[in-house]
Design a protein around this ligand. Structure first.
Ligand SMILES: C[S@@+](CC[C@H](N)C(=O)[O-])C[C@H]1O[C@@H](n2cnc3c(N)ncnc32)[C@H](O)[C@@H]1O
Length: 269
């Protein structure tokens, strides 16, 4: 049986709903810290400064950020939601993941986070709706023929000067299916699908979509953080919607000295 896009989406959603809790535990603290470093980098580039401190709800909605495949919201959505002046739209295809996300948000952030359930490929937003789009470990759940188009749509939703943070498996893979993914963490595991254009072709798609890559790095992570598990290299890309000719010197996420607020957040993981 050939895999249609809708079969892939419904089976992926069903599996994440089955093991949403286990997936959250399976994600290591080191992997959460890595996500946070990039989130910090993104918000620095966006020049987000909420008046009277990051935690205050001032200037609400000044910056709009979209997170695609947000999962349980730990730690990326939580971090976004800790900024009072960000309006956050968090999308995921799995009901259970979004239920967890709602539980993981700080109480004062609930009205600043707009939760949108569904396939990211079916979303519609007016052009130039967002200052930033975040897509971590989720683009690769789309069939490969949708990924370039997804990047192009993301670009159209970004305002000029807006930013994309995305990561993808670095090695190109047309189709990878695991019938019992997460079996070690959840008795049955679940059917899972991935596809990756790979780091190089994803970077090309990002540029063709009118974005300028400002940071690109390959980082290998042990899958599920288990000792002895194979390492999976991911390409992380930070790109800006704007003039390709402008170059900007900016340290990479790993070279940065995080600010005080960020360190407090990081300490939780
Ligand atoms: C590997 S998890 C990553 C979650 C989160 N971004 C993180 O960094 O921990 C992938 C997430 O993408 C979601 N997802 C998969 N396919 C999707 C789609 N077509 N549209 C929206 N979300 C999707 C899954 O439900 C899951 O929550």
């Amino acid at each position: 049986m050939s895999l249609t896009s809708s079969t892939i989406k419904s089976r992926v959603a069903e599996s994440y709903t089955r093991f949403a809790n286990e997936y959250l535990k399976w994600t290591t603290d080191a992997s959460k810290r890595l996500r946070l470093r990039y989130m910090f980098d993104l918000l620095e580039r966006l020049d987000v400064e909420c008046s009277e401190g990051n935690k205050k709800i001032n200037g609400r909605g000044k910056f709009q950020v979209l997170e695609l495949g947000a999962g349980a919201g730990v730690p990326a959505t939580q971090y976004l939601a800790s900024y009072g002046c960000l309006g956050v739209t968090a999308n995921d295809i799995s009901t259970a993941q979004l239920e967890l996300l709602a539980m993981n948000l700080p109480n004062d952030a609930v009205d600043r986070v707009n939760v949108v359930e569904g396939d990211m490929f079916s979303l519609n937003f007016p052009p130039e709706s967002f200052n930033a789009v975040v897509c971590l470990y989720s683009l690769n759940h789309l069939p490969s023929n949708e990924q370039r188009e997804m990047i192009s749509r993301i670009s159209s939703w970004l305002r000029p000067g807006g930013w994309l943070l995305v990561n993808v498996a670095n090695m190109p893979v047309e189709i990878a299916v695991d019938e019992q993914w997460m079996k070690e963490a959840n008795n049955e595991g679940g059917w899972m699908y991935w596809s990756s254009l790979g780091g190089d072709a994803t970077a090309t798609a990002v540029e063709k979509a009118g974005l300028t890559i400002r940071d690109r790095e390959v980082i290998a992570e042990p899958e599920g953080g288990q000792q002895g598990m194979k390492e999976v290299p991911f390409t992380w890309i930070i790109a800006e919607k704007g003039d390709q000719s402008l170059s900007m010197e900016h340290p990479t996420a790993n070279e940065k000295q995080p600010g005080k607020d960020f360190c407090g957040f990081l300490g939780e993981f």
